[in-house]
Design a protein. Structure first.
Length: 762
């Protein structure tokens, strides 16, 4: 069973585009501090799955070539992180569906930037993927502190999944065999992080094997890497938080950095040089080709993947033709022969009322454009060619040229230059059905599930509109406050607060001919909910990451459905909060739709009922689901309303744990709505009070304290814009960039899956 399950996990990871998969048994983390230990996050854990996504050689060798803060193709690192987040989430759901408690961990960005309790570290994630890569047998440590794999050196990004499944562990690498202390990382570091302010070398020991790295000052390392300060500025002899903030005040930010330790590092076994191509080492690859033609089946494989992900257009142009039009492709890759442009066409339907906020799905489009470009470049490299992939059309020259080729301004695009002599031409999107399937409703539901939704239901538009009529007396006119800081990142909060009035809307406000609403749900893994903020790790990161990733997953699925329905001649508009009865929750990934968004829409689509606290209870996942809604003029078969008795028996027996746990006492007196004859009572929240805690992360017990925030500003009896502004000014200048809360009302629900709670099906 162990070997079979391990093989299934590996197969799933490889199908998601992962290059390397390793497994470590939990005992290999025995020396980790509990606050950074996978066993601290999930005490029942028996294994950790670690996945590596290989940076394309072109992204590293061409990226940062002009300057470390001119990223070029290395900007793909951001989309690699998004893809790794997707992989972690999908593996988490896969193992959970197999019956094992599993906590997927985010790839990056959710960290404790300062010391927390007795944790002897700064910039500390919930668990270190670098350590995990070593403990799973994928890597050794280089002097710079990067994880080096035999195949790719440091040209990897990692993600980890903690599970109670017993998987077969991989053997460890011996240690001290990949880094030869060549000194290039030391010499090339513009912040001098590897030869100034060093402490003693740091060693970790796992199963008798020792792995060593430099004891670098992470504040110095973060000058350009995290704080985006100009690396051309004079860097003081001593760098700490105060120095960084002072320089930000005086100089502002320049932009992200491509780490030169990564760019200039390769193990000697795979290190070579070609200074006509790049100033950094080149990775020795098994296949090296120059003018050999690409096999037709190889190009068809690349093209079919792009079309499966919905790209509208792929254009391959000969470099000489591009030069005649004024674009020199060798500017972007010295030996380039072809330009490849990947694009989504103009974005779909605007809402009937232009002022309404809709889910544009633009980030999902850009993700698919970027990652298809990334994987195409990687595939060409595996075939022996060179390739450099780029995201977007930021440069005027490439924008003008690409728009001329496409014949329109794309909604999302990526492009690459390559030495591969690809067949030139234009390929437009195909493969979608051109006539409606016999049962369009069943087809849509199947497509939604295949695209990643855990739940999918359909409501007639008039059912939702009937609920909206009941919601107006409850929500219309309520004051909603928004705030932004007028200062740039990492400087003290200088708030600008605006006030608007909440207004309930209907399906017709989005689409005048609305007939149906498709509602999809994606879950937060139960163990991520159950362990949020719990000792010994006290980690909130897995919860807030999964909260955002659920919405990303829904956006990916919605993009697939919308494009299919539009191809059949239907109009669609997508919303994270159709009726407007929800709000936002803060998140390191940016503000996310909160637990109250699309709640009535989900109930109308048969996906659950409303709990006393005002959020949705689903029979399978309890309250651990987030929703997206697609308003369409397609006539689809509506689902029946879910039966109430089984879903909210605890609510109806008088349970008020959700209301009692609210950190700011935001719940108002109960109200009732009728949906298809079923009465549901719930406690609406005072929006400004609820937002104070969860949207603006001003209350410690809402969960931000677990990342080291000491801010605890209780709301006044009457919340005003001035009161909110005064509280926001108390925000930590660094921590405010990654606010995280855990929605205690949801965690307290008996159906959420906490240690003292019944299952959702009880």
């Amino acid at each position: 069973m162990t070997e079979k399950l391990t093989a299934a996990v590996r197969t799933k990871a490889f199908a998601l585009g992962i290059d390397l998969v390793g497994v470590g048994n939990i005992e290999r983390w025995a020396q980790c501090p509990p606050l950074m230990s996978p066993a601290g996050i999930l005490p029942s854990a028996r294994s950790v799955v670690v996945c590596a996504l290989h940076h394309g050689d072109g992204t590293v060798e061409i990226g940062g070539k002009e300057h470390p803060q001119v990223l070029g193709p290395y900007v793909h690192q951001y989309y690699m992180n998004e893809h790794l987040d997707r992989v972690s989430y999908e593996l988490g759901r896969f193992l959970e569906d197999a019956g094992y408690a599993t906590v997927p961990i985010t790839a990056s960005n959710i960290w404790r930037y300062r010391r927390y309790k007795d944790l002897p570290a700064v910039f500390s994630p919930d668990m270190s993927h670098i350590y995990a890569a070593v403990a799973a047998g994928l890597a050794e440590l280089g002097y710079s502190g990067l994880a080096l794999t035999p195949q790719f050196g440091p040209r990897n990004r990692f993600v980890s999944v903690i599970t109670e499944a017993e998987l077969a562990p991989d053997p460890l690498l011996p240690g001290q065999t990949l880094c030869d202390r060549c000194g290039l990382c030391v010499k090339r570091c513009p912040a001098r992080a590897l030869d100034k302010e060093l402490g003693p070398e740091v060693s970790i020991e796992i199963d008798g094997r020792k792995y060593t790295r430099a004891g670098k000052n992470l504040w110095r390392c973060s000058w350009g890497e995290h704080f985006d300060l100009d690396l051309d500025l004079p860097i003081p002899e001593k760098v700490d938080e105060r120095v960084l903030l002072d320089n930000l005040t005086r100089h502002g930010v320049r932009g992200g950095e491509m780490g030169q330790c990564l760019k200039h590092c390769l193990p000697p076994q795979i290190r070579s040089w070609d200074r006509s191509h790049t100033s950094s080492p080149r990775r020795i690859r098994r296949r090296v080709r120059s003018g050999d033609p690409l096999a037709p089946q190889d190009w068809q494989e690349l093209l079919s993947r792009m079309q499966a992900d919905g790209l509208d257009t792929v254009i391959v142009q000969d470099g000489k033709q591009a030069a005649k039009a004024g674009l020199d492709v060798t500017t972007y890759l010295p030996n380039a022969k072809r330009l490849v442009v990947l694009a989504f066409g103009p974005a779909g339907q605007p809402p009937a009322r232009p002022e309404l906020k809709i889910a544009t799905l633009q980030p999902a489009r850009q993700y698919f454009a970027a990652m298809n470009c990334f994987f195409a470049a990687r595939r060409l490299e595996a075939l022996g060619y060179d390739a450099a992939p780029y995201v977007g059309l930021r440069e005027p020259a490439i924008r003008k040229h690409a728009v001329n080729l496409l014949g329109c301004e794309p909604s999302a695009a990526a492009w690459l230059t390559t030495s591969a002599p690809l067949q030139t031409g234009r390929w437009d999107r195909s493969g979608e059905p051109t006539s409606a399937p016999a049962d369009l409703t069943a087809y849509v539901k199947s497509l939604a599930t295949q695209a990643g939704a855990d739940l999918v239901g359909v409501s007639p538009a008039d059912r939702i509109d009937a609920v909206a009529d009941q919601l107006r007396p409850i929500f219309d006119g309520e004051a909603v406050m928004d705030a932004r800081s007028r200062t740039h990142r990492y400087l003290p909060y200088d708030p600008e607060v605006t006030v608007s009035a909440k207004k309930v809307v209907t399906c017709g406000d989005y689409l005048s001919a609305a007939r149906s609403v498709i509602v999809m749900g994606a879950r937060i893994p139960r163990a991520s909910v159950r362990r949020a903020g719990e000792p010994p790790a006290e980690a909130i990161g897995p919860y807030v990451y999964a909260q955002a990733q659920a919405h990303h997953t829904l956006a990916y699925a919605a993009l697939k459905l919308v494009r299919t329905l539009e191809g059949l001649g239907h109009r669609c508009v997508v919303s994270y909060d159709l009726t407007g009865a929800g709000s936002l929750v803060c998140n390191p990934r940016g503000p996310q739709p909160d637990i109250f968004c699309n709640r009535f829409e989900a109930v109308c689509a048969g996906l659950g009922t409303i709990a006393r606290g005002g959020f949705v209870l689903n029979e399978r996942f309890g309250p651990n689901v987030r929703f997206i809604a697609i308003v369409t003029d397609a006539e689809l078969r509506g689902d029946a309303i879910a039966p109430l008795a089984k879903l909210r028996s605890r609510c109806d027996s008088g349970c008020l744990r959700c209301v009692d746990s609210c950190t700011v006492a935001a719940h108002r007196q109960p109200v009732e709505v009728q949906i298809d004859g079923q009465a549901m009572s719930f406690h609406p929240v005072e929006q400004a009070r609820c937002d104070w805690a969860k949207r603006f992360a001003l209350v410690a017990d809402e969960g931000f304290k677990f990342l080291g925030s000491t801010l605890d500003a209780k709301p006044p009896e009457t919340i005003t814009p001035d009161a909110l502004a005064d509280a926001l000014r108390q925000s930590d200048p660094i921590l405010k960039e990654r606010p995280s809360v855990a929605e205690p009302c949801v965690l307290a629900c008996p159906y959420a899956g906490r240690a003292d709670s019944p299952s959702a099906a009880e």
